[in-house]
Design a protein around this ligand. Structure first.
Ligand code: NAD
Ligand code: IMJ
Length: 260
């Protein structure tokens, strides 16, 4: 089959390890003929991400902690040299303090609230502002979100509020970047056992609940999330912007999941 992303220059932010949703996305992008740049958060992850990048035959692996403007600036400088025209960005980043994902939402600290917003929502704005100027032939920006943005999911708490803001950012950015032919969308993935989900209380219960109650009667895997990001990034989705696409076995339509 023809490659959907042939010759496109792409940046994928948020690979930490082999289980990261961003890793599956980078892998699908390479399969579809894209040239991929990966970024990692900190020196701690450099070696792992460099190994994964070499395996996938990505163009380059670069540092980018989204809370540090100088790292965003230096990412832009590197990309300008290696890929003067950028076609797509994937933002697959979130963080909140662990305590804020277990105690009552009412107890969320000011600092914890602001940290979750900074890393998980504002970073889409700062990354888009930094990279949109390189997308001179138009392009696509895609982020990852979760159902906890619009529904109450136990313990998701401050992250749910950050994802609500992230989804609103998708709409405002889509509106402003549309005239530059840059589309902005989010994929709302069902629960997946990645490093960001592993630690959470009752994850097994959540996964089993979705597998029982969802229309497709199964959990979501990273490969199917990645394939939807491929679609959104490709010309097939040329008319799609400002959207939240659910890749969740259909779980979000369910009112009462009572089926056996
Ligand atoms: P993951 O832990 O593999 O990915 C999270 C990434 O965020 C890591 O690579 C981490 O380094 C990065 N990150 C955190 N702080 C950063 C910073 N300051 N600068 C740069 N990078 C930073 O877990 P994942 O499940 O692949 O998560 C990726 C995205 O998918 C997140 O936005 C998450 O909210 C979303 N999501 C996950 C699930 C799930 O169940 N796993 C479901 C829906 C949406
Ligand atoms: C996270 C917390 C509570 C409930 C949760 C999750 N459910 C799911 C997740 C039901 C599916 C995973 N998810 C969708 C996330 O966006 C996770 C974000 C996250 C996870 C951690 C764990 C480790 C840590 N900080 C984190 N910050 C954000 O210290």
């Amino acid at each position: 089959m023809a490659e959907l992303l042939a010759g496109k220059n792409t940046v994928v932010l948020g690979v930490a390890n082999r289980w990261s949703i961003a890793y599956a996305i980078a892998s699908a992008f390479v399969r579809e003929g894209a040239s991929v740049f990966l970024t990692y958060q900190s020196e701690r992850q450099r070696e792992t991400v460099e190994e994964l990048g070499a395996e996938l035959k990505v163009r380059k692996v670069l540092p980018c902690d989204v809370t540090k403007q100088e790292e965003l600036d230096s990412l832009v400088e590197h990309l300008k040299q290696d890929a003067p025209v950028l076609d797509a960005v994937v933002h697959s980043i979130a963080f909140a303090n662990k305590e804020d994902l277990s105690r009552p939402f009412l107890q969320t600290s000011r600092d914890g609230y602001l940290l979750a917003q900074e890393v998980s929502s504002y970073s889409l704005v700062s990354v888009s502002r930094a990279l949109a100027p390189l997308m001179t032939s138009g392009g696509s920006i895609t982020t990852l979100t979760y159902l906890g943005s619009t529904r109450v999911v136990q313990n998701y708490n401050v992250m749910g509020v950050a994802k609500a803001a992230l989804e609103a950012c998708v709409r405002y950015l889509a509106s402003e970047l549309g005239p530059s032919k840059i589309r902005v969308n989010a994929v709302s993935a069902g629960p997946i056992k990645t490093a960001s989900a592993r630690g959470i209380k009752d994850l097994t219960k959540v996964l089993d609940g979705v597998a029982k109650a969802s229309p497709l009667r199964r959990n979501t895997d990273t490969a199917e999330v990645a394939d939807t990001v491929v679609f959104l990034t490709s010309n097939m989705a040329r008319g799609v912007t400002g959207n939240i696409v659910y890749v969740d076995s259909g779980f979000q339509i369910v009112g009462l999941g009572l089926s056996e």
